[in-house]
Design a protein around this ligand. Structure first.
Ligand code: HEC
Ligand code: HEC
Ligand code: HEC
Ligand code: HEC
Ligand code: HEC
Ligand code: HEC
Ligand code: HEC
Ligand code: HEC
Ligand code: HEC
Ligand code: HEC
Length: 319
């Protein structure tokens, strides 16, 4: 899964060679197009060159540590973007126009200062470049954004200790700093191995928000996310077990972890089946037929109805 995540960035990296990345495309797509057609020095750039040189090397003179962390992070790549102008490059890309600050270093009033900005201002500042891709399409009104959790709650451009994504901490500890109750769920006897590092919160959730509920990835039908790894459950099957497709995985399973084998919602498989398969229920499910005598009820229903997620061979899911 990590390999997959890093390989996603390869195309981006090569994309830079031709000076286009998805995040810039959104912001300066039109400019980029006209530039590639010939005009190398638009009037805008001429106007801004009247300002003092605010390139990172100038800032480095006084902010050695910040320069160092910036240079090591992928944000140095903004200097390759020749189309957006100096205000979108280097330190100014995040801290805004530094002309007044360079004229008088004690004057920081015109700078964008993340420590004192509101979460909303911070999100806007980062999304000036990062709103152009699917991953961040819902970032402005994500559950996190709406609850005052900004980009810098999870990312630190200067003080990250992580090898990837400028995170303030590695997962899952990053998430547990605020979602401590979830830690207990992943410590239950049957669980997705998140604490062990096999599965990550972000395999299922997009912390930058989603279209559907609970920030679950591909949530238009919540179960899409499960098929990413449990592909054998997707079908289509000749004989579908209705609840799998209609109510979804969570009609029978908990998703994080729980006390029951196979992460079932109830302690006993038979009780689970009989929630729906009773003659007296209002469910559309048929009751277990009468030859299911006492003896049968003491056997797990899935002993015979093996292919409980759907079958291509048996309408009663025997194989
Ligand atoms: C001549 C030295 C000098 C140079 C060059 C300089 N700075 Fe500063 N910078 C300072 C000093 C001193 C402060 C602290 C001002 C204060 O708090 O009174 C500061 C503060 C800041 C802060 C605010 C920190 C905070 O959170 O309060 C930012 C951001 C910043 N500088 C960015 C830059 C950038 C970007 C550049 C390059 C365009 C730059 N600086 C160039 C001396 C410099
Ligand atoms: C990607 C956005 C981004 C870029 C680019 C960036 N900064 Fe920052 N800067 C931040 C954030 C966010 C903070 C708040 C501390 C943090 O979260 O790392 C910050 C904090 C600072 C501070 C306050 C002291 C501190 O370390 O917390 C200074 C000074 C500073 N930046 C200077 C610079 C300089 C100089 C550059 C260019 C070499 C630069 N920044 C590039 C986002 C950025
Ligand atoms: C609740 C924590 C959290 C918040 C808030 C958050 N991020 Fe992230 N972000 C992550 C994690 C974790 C990753 C690691 C990638 C993954 O596993 O999906 C990541 C990855 C990224 C990436 C690189 C991966 C990619 O697919 O593009 C960018 C860029 C990014 N975040 C920008 C932002 C911006 C901009 C904001 C604010 C609007 C933000 N993040 C808010 C946790 C967060
Ligand atoms: C001026 C444009 C710009 C701004 C503003 C900006 N970024 Fe970025 N960011 C970039 C570029 C360019 C990359 C490199 C993309 C690549 O590698 O293809 C990047 C990469 C990232 C990554 C991925 C790091 C990795 O290890 O792959 C994260 C996370 C991120 N930015 C977070 C932020 C956050 C948080 C802010 C606000 C504090 C922010 N960015 C502001 C342009 C910007
Ligand atoms: C700085 C605190 C903070 C961090 C760090 C954080 N979250 Fe959140 N998260 C919140 C808040 C606040 C909410 C909204 C209130 C709530 O539902 O608990 C929220 C909501 C959510 C929701 C939606 C819950 C719902 O009912 O809609 C999910 C899913 C989520 N976070 C996942 C994550 C993941 C995954 C991570 C780690 C990558 C993470 N969070 C990191 C604070 C945080
Ligand atoms: C295997 C996929 C998967 C993983 C891994 C996962 N989640 Fe979830 N999570 C879900 C689904 C699906 C839901 C929605 C459940 C529902 O709608 O009943 C959810 C719901 C949530 C909620 C909101 C509802 C609640 O239970 O409070 C939060 C908060 C949350 N997850 C946080 C996390 C955190 C933090 C991690 C990592 C430590 C994590 N999740 C890992 C799939 C996952
Ligand atoms: C009608 C209830 C029901 C629904 C809905 C359901 N499951 Fe299951 N699932 C079970 C039962 C019962 C078992 C245990 C089977 C056994 O006892 O052998 C199980 C076992 C599993 C297992 C472990 C054994 C195996 O077959 O690999 C996985 C993984 C699984 N389910 C994933 C899913 C996913 C993903 C979904 C949604 C697409 C889903 N389940 C929907 C009832 C259900
Ligand atoms: C990133 C991959 C991934 C995603 C996404 C994922 N799972 Fe899993 N799941 C696993 C792995 C790996 C296991 C094996 C458990 C182990 O040995 O740690 C597992 C185990 C299970 C089991 C228990 C099987 C058993 O026999 O105990 C169930 C049930 C299950 N997943 C349901 C779901 C559901 C429901 C979803 C969607 C909300 C989902 N999974 C999403 C990777 C994933
Ligand atoms: C959430 C409710 C629900 C649960 C739980 C459930 N089922 Fe079903 N089941 C249904 C529905 C609805 C149908 C479809 C009835 C139809 O097609 O008319 C069905 C169909 C079946 C059929 C095929 C019936 C036929 O005549 O084609 C069998 C066999 C079956 N279920 C066995 C089980 C077993 C065994 C379990 C427990 C592991 C179980 N079901 C759990 C709702 C449920
Ligand atoms: C010893 C094997 C066995 C066990 C254990 C078993 N069944 Fe069955 N089940 C059958 C047979 C055989 C049929 C009839 C298949 C046919 O008609 O082709 C059947 C049919 C069904 C049907 C379809 C009824 C219909 O009207 O189409 C349902 C529902 C069902 N069983 C539910 C259950 C439930 C719930 C359990 C657990 C309490 C269970 N079964 C345990 C063997 C078993």
């Amino acid at each position: 899964m990590r390999n997959f995540a890093s390989s996603r960035f390869l195309p981006l990296f090569f994309g830079l060679a031709v000076l286009t990345t998805p995040c810039w495309a959104a912001q300066s797509g039109a400019a980029a197009q006209s530039v590639s057609k010939a005009s190398p020095a638009p009037a805008k750039t001429a106007a801004t060159t009247a300002k003092p040189d605010a390139s990172p090397e100038v800032c480095k003179g006084c902010h050695v540590a910040e320069y160092g962390s910036w240079e090591k992070s992928p944000h140095w790549k903004t200097t390759l973007n020749k189309t957006a102008g100096p205000l979108h490059q280097g330190c100014q890309g995040c801290h805004g126009d530094a002309a007044a600050h360079l004229a008088d270093p004690t004057d920081t009033s015109k700078l964008f200062k993340f420590e004192t900005a509101t979460p909303k201002e911070i999100n806007n500042q980062c999304l000036a470049c990062h709103s152009g891709d699917m991953e961040h399409a819902h970032a402005l009104n994500s559950v996190h954004a709406k609850n005052g959790v900004s980009c810098t709650a999870c990312h630190s451009p200067h003080h990250s200790t992580q090898p990837e994504f400028l995170l303030v901490k590695a997962q899952p500890e990053l998430c547990y700093t605020c979602h401590l109750a979830k830690k207990a769920e992943f410590a239950m006897p049957f669980h997705h191995r998140v604490n062990e590092g096999l599965v990550q919160c972000t395999d299922c959730h997009n912390p930058h928000g989603t279209e559907g509920p609970k920030q679950v990835r591909m949530a238009s039908t919540q179960d899409q996310v499960c098929y990413k790894c449990h592909i054998d459950k997707e079908g289509p099957f000749v004989y579908e077990h209705a609840p799998v497709k209609v109510d979804g995985c969570t009609s029978c399973h908990v998703v994080h972890g729980g006390p029951n084998p196979h992460m079932l919602k109830v302690s006993n498989v038979n009780l689970l089946c009989l929630q729906c398969h009773t003659t007296s229920s209002f469910s559309s499910a048929p009751g277990a037929p009468s030859f299911h005598n006492q003896a049968t009820f003491f056997q797990a229903c899935t002993l015979c109805h093996v292919a409980i997620h759907g079958s291509n061979f048996s309408s009663t899911f025997f194989k």
